[in-house]
Design a binder for this molecule. Structure first.
Ligand code: NAD
Length: 348
């Protein structure tokens, strides 16, 4: 099995190294025969090659079995014409990794009791770098005025809704569709109508609808009552940080971007420049993202040992987190990034 590894910016190289230590342990235990190919993207490649996404990286991603994508510091990138491309967006759009799957489950007594998965559409919506055929979805018609365009298509809503219902069917059989159709009558209206149509194909799964602002409050009030939370790009991006923090820490939040034939492990959080290079970052989110990637590949390619490896990594993380002494600083523990990765590898 071949994985393309792109460590990214800020804490990316540190959490990627810790994640690869866990991958090596999983490879040894489950005989997965994994080879990793590392490439620089982000600020490292901008310095060397003048672009944050060098030529050939996307093409290589199409050929491998999976991708480990580190966090990116887009805020520090120059404009696109000066080499500042957003690899995260380009991976999602060009490789059609439309489903951003973001679980939030309390682990080892941390955070609030909850176990939900946010299903985020990530190829359109309010993001100016992925909602136009040409040009940007954000523009300024006259000085002092800026406009943002939001794209919602029945096609994209249909397929993300289908993934959400399929997932809920295997879980607690509840989909909460988040929207703001009271104001965005046309765009969120189209989304809701599409979701309701998909729901008819899943009679065993209950569909409920929540307006996004109320959802933020209800998520804090009763996080335990949700199962699969379905939303368009922007709402889901915000709600998933809220959910992961409620479940213990943003540093615990694994996630994958999945298409129909390719999947990329990508932590929910960003490049955390405030703690970069200090061995302080919690690598759990990328380690859990790797676990999700292995489960996805195992299921897609019918490789049971690969799925088992994913589940075993998830269980090893719980085991290490259960001991207060073997947590990272964000959870009040004493371990650095590398030592935490080594502890999960040893537990595995
Ligand atoms: P952030 O997620 O990087 O950090 C928010 C806070 O959480 C910071 O205090 C940080 O130290 C902490 N944190 C994040 N990950 C952590 C971890 N693994 N362990 C311990 N603490 C952790 O968000 P930000 O500071 O708003 O953004 C920084 C940069 O990241 C920006 O350039 C932004 O565009 C980018 N970003 C990238 C992605 C991505 O690549 N997927 C996602 C979000 C933000």
């Amino acid at each position: 099995m071949k994985l393309l590894v792109l460590p990214g910016d800020g804490i990316g190289p540190e959490i990627t190294a810790a994640t690869l230590a866990v991958l090596e342990a999983a490879d040894r235990r489950f005989n997965l025969n994994i080879s990793c190919e590392k490439r620089d993207i982000g600020l490292a490649s901008l310095k060397k090659e003048g672009t944050t996404l060098p030529a050939g990286v996307l093409e290589r991603a199409r050929e491998v079995d999976g991708v480990i994508l580190g966090p990116l510091d887009q805020l520090r990138y120059p404009p696109p014409d000066k080499g500042g491309l957003n690899p995260s967006a380009l991976f999602r759009v060009k490789l059609d990794l439309y489903a951003n799957v973001r679980p939030a489950r309390s682990r080892a007594g941390l955070g609030r009791p909850m176990d939900l998965v946010i299903m985020r559409e990530c190829t359109e919506g309010f993001y100016p770098d992925r909602n136009m055929h040409e040009g940007s979805g954000e523009f300024s018609p006259v000085p002092g005025v800026a406009l943002s365009v939001r794209k919602i298509s029945a096609f994209a809503c249909e397929r993300i809704a289908r993934r959400a219902f399929e997932l809920a069917d295997k879980r607690k059989k509840l989909v909460t569709a988040v929207h703001k159709a009271n104001v965005f009558r046309m765009t969120d209206g189209l989304y809701l109508e599409t979701v309701r149509n998909v729901a008819r194909d899943f009679p065993g799964v209950k569909l409920e609808e929540e307006i996004v602002d109320a959802m933020a409050a209800k998520l804090v009030r009763h996080p335990e009552r949700y199962d699969v939370v379905l939303a368009t790009n922007f709402y889901a991006d915000i709600l998933s940080d809220l959910a992961s923090e409620l479940s213990g820490s943003l540093g615990l939040a694994g996630s994958v971007n999945a298409g129909d034939t390719l999947c990329a492990a990508q932590a929910q959080h960003g490049s955390a420049p405030d703690i970069a290079g200090k061995d302080k970052a919690n690598p759990t989110s990328l380690i859990l993202s790797l676990a999700m990637l292995l489960e996805w590949v195992g299921e897609q390619r019918k490789i049971p040992t690969c799925s088992e490896a994913g589940k075993a990594i998830d269980a090893a993380v719980d085991k290490v987190l259960a001991n207060r002494e073997t947590r990272t600083a964000d959870l009040g523990g004493k371990l650095g990034t590398g030592a935490f990765g080594a502890a999960v590898a040893a537990a595995l």
